[in-house]
Design a protein around this ligand. Structure first.
Ligand SMILES: [Zn+2]
Length: 228
């Protein structure tokens, strides 16, 4: 399949569609191919000139990867060092308390009202993913977490990221409070309450969950079914 991109929309079969909507519409394997194409498109568009010397970039002869690039100047170190797409990595964390019976969901101030999801954030240089998870959760909610373990991952094409999903437990005596900068509300919800949200009748609070097909939704569903 051939894709074209314009920001976070993709041209598929003659129709422009939001990539965020396609998460729920495409089978996982197809969405991952789309994510790869988006990452390569972003790489080619943002690597037209060498970051070392400013000369134009040219196609590198890497027999396995057709989209690799290198600096066209033979005087530049970049001529022998091939460039590949770089992915930003984010940790997304399903945090529970009360013997795993309550799950933490938050509302990000940039989102539409009442939409809630797991807490997440980008890894900084020099961090492990587990350190990233701890720092992001501390920054956004003031909560200390432990027993962090990796569960699953997903290419996240906005434009070129990978989400790594974790499960963690909130430390006893550690309270979650929204930071007021990224998050404005946090909810500890039981399985019963989340099932009610899915059924569209959560006590009039009107919350709604991440889209089907997203890693956040997958982690929530795994927890709901007692699989993490
Ligand atoms: Zn160069």
């Amino acid at each position: 399949m051939e894709y074209k991109f314009n920001g976070d929309t993709a041209l598929i079969n003659g129709t422009w569609k939001s990539i965020r909507e396609l998460i729920s519409e495409l089978p996982e394997e197809e969405f991952n191919v789309l994510a790869k194409a988006r990452a390569i498109d972003h790489f080619l568009n943002t690597n037209r000139f060498c970051g070392r010397c400013g000369a134009p970039m040219e196609q590198a002869d890497d027999k396995d990867i057709k989209y690799a690039k290198r600096c066209s100047s033979k005087n530049c170190e970049g001529h022998i060092k091939i460039s590949y797409p770089v992915y930003s990595i984010a940790a997304i964390i399903a945090i529970t308390r009360n013997d795993g019976n309550e799950l933490l969901l938050g509302h990000n101030m940039a989102w539409q009202p009442k939409r809630v999801s797991l807490l997440a954030g980008f890894m900084q240089p020099g961090e492990t993913l587990e350190e990233c998870a701890k720092r992001e959760i501390m920054e956004e909610s003031g909560l200390r977490i432990s027993s962090i373990r990796y569960v699953n991952s997903q290419p996240w094409p906005f434009p070129s990221n990978i989400m790594a999903g974790f499960y963690a437990e909130a430390d006893e005596n550690s309270e979650a409070k929204p930071d007021g900068q990224e998050l404005d509300s946090l909810y500890w919800l039981t399985r019963e309450e989340i099932k009610n949200i899915m059924a569209g009748n959560y006590n009039g609070k009107g919350l709604f969950l991440p889209k089907k097909g997203s890693l956040a939704r997958k982690l929530i569903t795994l927890w709901l079914n007692g699989n993490i």
